[in-house]
Write a protein that binds this ligand. Sequence first.
Ligand SMILES: Nc1ncnc2c1ncn2[C@@H]1O[C@H](COP(=O)(O)OP(=O)(O)OP(=O)(O)O)[C@@H](O)[C@H]1O
Length: 247
Amino acid sequence: MDSITAHQLTKRYDETLALDSLDLSIPDGSVYGFLGPNGAGKSTTMRLLTGLATPTSGEATVAGVPTTDRSQLIDHIGLLPEEPPIHDELTAREQLTYAAGLRELSEPQPRIQQLLDRVALAEDADTRIDTYSTGMRQKTAFLQAVLHEPDVLFLDEPTSGLDPRAARTIREFIDELSDGGTTIFLSTHILPVVDEHADTVGVLSDGKLVAEGAPAELKRRVDAESSDKSLEDVFLEVTETAPDEEL
Ligand SMILES: Nc1ncnc2c1ncn2[C@@H]1O[C@H](COP(=O)(O)OP(=O)(O)OP(=O)(O)O)[C@@H](O)[C@H]1O
């Protein structure tokens, strides 16, 4: 079965066509790497798929639930947005307890402790978030997204700005969740992360899906003659801009 489907999903903001007729079929338990230049429409897609924005036309389902039915949807999804909703004046444990309360999870403390241990945050769990490093904040936000064991996890730049150790912890956790059957929708500009983790990669450019396939398949498509093409080559080729548009 597909965990994420989209059919002609479109979002227009006044003059801007942020997402243009997106079709997706993402199987249960897979990792989908979502790439695209700045302004391509990736965040818009995430907002539509998580019910935070309504499409101008077209439709989508996540875990079998129409994305317009946000009250049903939220039990099934976890979201790590670019700017996570965490409160600086709380500690990580308080933040996670608060999130568990919003989701009405019963007896969440053993799960919270297990998650804090899992990402090596237990020692600092009772210190205020405003004293945390970027990595510690991001780990807190990540735990908040997975606390309720969602079927489908949406991650927007989960490892950007993190040092190698914190990034490794998050990446290993992503692998573990994927092995456990969680479907993962991963948007990032860090191409090696996508190369390593994604079963399928989709590349968005100007609101349109311009390439989709397994990483190895996309690399072959860019240049069948050469075996050392990277996802970066794929990205640059399929999102090519006119010279005067380049920075
Ligand atoms: N709320 C909004 N109102 C008006 N225009 C918007 C809104 N949100 C996004 N847009 C426009 O839609 C287009 C797609 O933006 P979006 O943020 O989805 O891109 P992105 O791929 O996530 O970019 P980035 O990699 O920089 O985060 C852009 O032209 C953006 O200016």
